[in-house]
Every structure is written in structure tokens, then in C-alpha cells.
Design a protein around this ligand. Sequence first.
Ligand SMILES: Cc1cc2nc3c(=O)[nH]c(=O)nc-3n(C[C@H](O)[C@H](O)[C@H](O)COP(=O)(O)OP(=O)(O)OC[C@H]3O[C@@H](n4cnc5c(N)ncnc54)[C@H](O)[C@@H]3O)c2cc1C
Length: 479
Amino acid sequence: MAGSHERVLKCRGRLVLAEPGRRVKAIPDCRTESSGYLPDELMLSSGFHSDLRKIQCYGGSKLKATSDVVVVGAGPYGLSAAAHLNACGVNVRVFGEAMSFWDRNMPEGMCLRSPWEASQLSDPGKSLTIDAFQAATGERVSRPIPIRRFVAYGHWFQSRAVPNLEQRKVVEIEKNTAGFRVVLADGEAVRCGRVVIAGGIGPFAVRPPQFGGLPQELASHSSEQRNLSIFRGKRVVVIGGGQSALESAALLHESQADVELLVRENTVQWTWQSPWLHTFRPVGAVLYAWPDVGPAFISHAVARPNLYRLLPRQIQDSWRGKSVRPNGVGWLKPRLRDVNISTGLAVISANARGDQVDLKLSDGSHELVDHVLMATGYRVDVRKYEFLSASLVSALRLIGGLPVLGRGFESSVPGLHFLGAPAVWSYGPLMRFVAGADFAARSLSKSVVRARRRIVGRSIVNAVQRPQSVAVSRGQEGQ
Ligand SMILES: Cc1cc2nc3c(=O)[nH]c(=O)nc-3n(C[C@H](O)[C@H](O)[C@H](O)COP(=O)(O)OP(=O)(O)OC[C@H]3O[C@@H](n4cnc5c(N)ncnc54)[C@H](O)[C@@H]3O)c2cc1C
């Protein structure tokens, strides 16, 4: 119990007593839903209100302190980040539907292009792997990894490492002098000192303007079609030359659709045509690093984001382009044997003709089809995250819609972090893939913990030097 002239402070997720001239000591069993007196500066400057609710400041105002950190998104990056922050004892609230983008916005029957090692979510002990998932659940995961199994793995990971996930949508994030205010769809507002955006690429789907005038029944982006079997017996044109376009074409063909793939480039690029170059260790380990992102040799720099960051900007940009350019994984090739692939052709215009689409192509020809599937990828621009307030967006330093991030993935707005694809300008192309989640989660949690130590330590020192500010007399604690 706090005696006269002792002050109740917060340190590393615990309430502590600070007495002038003496070391702090922890108050046993004093964690959540506790009340106590705190110096204003600790509440307002640190943003670390862990485990404290309804704290009365010595100034007399009531603050509702609900969280140290809010994570927005529960895909591979959000879940991995939350797993690490949870393990560090940070009071984190995590919002989003687990693996929802994979569950709803990728086609049924798809397989992951990333190899086994590069498809793991990250927990500090590296124990929640796909192997561990297989052992715990008895669910066998084949290679390449089927999307259903990957989604199930994500849910299993979440249930173990992020049980505090709240399946709620964030609708607005704004910042004021006291920290961030995160508003949820149901109207609750959460105050916190830090926000980690792991909202994925959903809002960044590229829809070429030629198809802008068509209704969704005639032209849709690949992220809008989970079940491609609805096109059975229909004539469908798939636009694009990347893995998503190639795999969608294969799945449509296997669903008995009459499918044609239209590729703007003159050839379809393939990777993993000779799997042994990647898997035969003495050779593979020299050519490609474990995440296998990017061309031979470049892959090693991509796998080390801290090293990648140090390269001259021109090289970073050039290697980023080479690492994420559209291509297909070799194992798709046999599935496309009977699919009509037209290369060097682009769509000039598209017009509705009854319940069909008339496509005018760059060679002057016309095609009448039942549906156009735009597998045209994603262009990241965080200004399209609707939940970011206008003032927050205007305070961000952006290069072409990509935030410039410093240590711990922190943006130019202190306390605001971006993980996943928005981090590619600063941390390289690995961030577009699940494989980057481990680096991102470790780097983020390290920087959050470091900042917390710095701030809490300073606040305690300041408070000890000013004993008159927050004297708690016997009997007042717990109010
Ligand atoms: C067809 C396709 C195939 C791919 N295959 C691979 C592959 O094989 N290997 C690979 O490494 N990468 C692959 N990728 C890339 C993949 O999307 C990313 O690697 C991965 O999803 C990034 O994870 P993330 O957590 O950043 O985003 P996501 O997985 O997209 O997760 C974002 C989460 O944020 C949530 N969210 C968004 N807005 C809000 C909000 N306002 N409030 C609350 N929650 C919100 C969403 O619900 C979602 O759960 C593929 C992408 C596509 C499109």
C-alpha cells in the first residue's frame, strides 16, 4: 500500500511505488482495472498506459487509458506483430478479422507461390510454424501450400499467439497531443500511444480505366472473385501476366470456363522452372536466400532488409522492380497447356453489349466475352486507407504513396508504424511477402520496448525529483 509521499507510477506493465530518494518497488497484484495517481506527464507523454483503466491524474481529470499499442489488421503481418508485442508484455489491442484477405479475396483452390520456409507467420520462439500446426492438428499441408490450409494455419496461430484479437473494424485514426484516437465501427474510441497499421493491400487493387464503365457482373478485379467456378461454361478473358492472372486462368479452365489470358508483354515470365536450382542446397543456397524473393544473388540482399536499406536508392528501386515483376511459378505451366494465352496484346476499350463485353484490342480486333477478370495487381498508396484521418495523411512523409519509415517501421508521424506492402520503399520487396513478417515484427517490437523503457525510466526519474507533485496519502490508493 502506498504511504505518505509515495507515488504510484507505471513501469513495464506494472504499477510501482516511487518514494523520494528511494528505489521504486512493485505493488503486488496491482494490474488491470487498477486506479492510482499518476503524474500527468507519464500519462500524456509516454502513451504507455498498460493495464491501467480509469486512472485519476493528480490534476484531477479522469483519463480513460485503454492501450499502449493498437494493431490494425490480422493478416500475417498484424498477427506476427501482435504475437511479438504480446510476448514483450506490451498492452496491445489488435483489431481485424484473422486472415480475412486470404479467406475472401483470393480464389478458392489457389496455392501459395512462396516456398514453405517463406510462408511462416512469426512468433518470438519460432515455435508456431506450419510444421507445428500439422503436428498439433493432424492436418496435412501439401506443397505448394493450398490456400485453405494456410488460412487454417493462420487461425491456429492466432488462437495461440494472439488470443486478444478483437474481430472489429477500425474506421478512423487520428492524432492529438495526448496520442492516437482509434475509432471502431461500433463507435468505441480507443486511446493509445502507438498505432501499427498492418491493413494489407486490399484497398490498392488496380482497375485499368478501360474497364471503369462496366458493372461488376461484366468486369471484376481478381480480389473480388473467390469462387471462380461460377464462370463454368462462360467465355472469360483474364487480363495480366503475373501469378494471380496465370493461376486464375488455370482455375477457370479447370472449372470448365472458356478462358483466354491476355498478356500485355511479349512473353510470359516464369520462375522456378528448374526447381533444383532453388532446392539443391549447395547451388540453391548460393543463388537464393531462404525467402526466395528476387532474382539470383539479389535475393540475398532482399532477405536482409537492414542491409537493403543501406544500398543507394537507385539500386534499391531497380532491384525492387526486378523482385516483384509479374511472373508465374513453374508448377503452373502444365495446368495452362490447354489455355489460350495471347501475348503482346492490350485492351484499348471495353463496352457493354447486352450481358456481354465488347473488347477492342491493340491489334485492331474485337472480342465478345461474358466477363473480364482484371488480375492487374495492386499499387500501394496509403492515402487510400480510408481509416487514416486527413490530418494524419498530410503529416506523413510519402514517396509516391509509400511512407518513408525509420527504425522500427515508424513513419514521420511519431508512434505511427506501417507494416507489410506499404513498407517496401523503406525496407525493400521482402515486405510484400509473408516472409517479411518475421523481420518486421521483431524490429517493431524491439523499437516499441526500447521506447517504453526510455520514457518510463525518464518519467520515474522526473517524478522522484518532484515529490510534491503526486503525493498519495494512506487510504487514497485504489480510488
Ligand atoms: C492472389 C495473391 C496471392 C498471393 N500469394 C502470396 C504467397 O504465396 N506468398 C506470399 O508471401 N505472399 C503472397 N501474396 C501477398 C500477400 O497478400 C501478402 O504477403 C500478405 O497478405 C501480407 O500480409 P498483411 O498482413 O500485410 O496483409 P493481409 O493479409 O491483407 O491482412 C490485412 C488485414 O487487415 C485487415 N484490415 C484491413 N483494414 C482494416 C480495418 N479498417 N480494420 C480492421 N482490420 C482491417 C484485413 O481484414 C486483413 O485481415 C499474395 C497476394 C495475392 C493478392
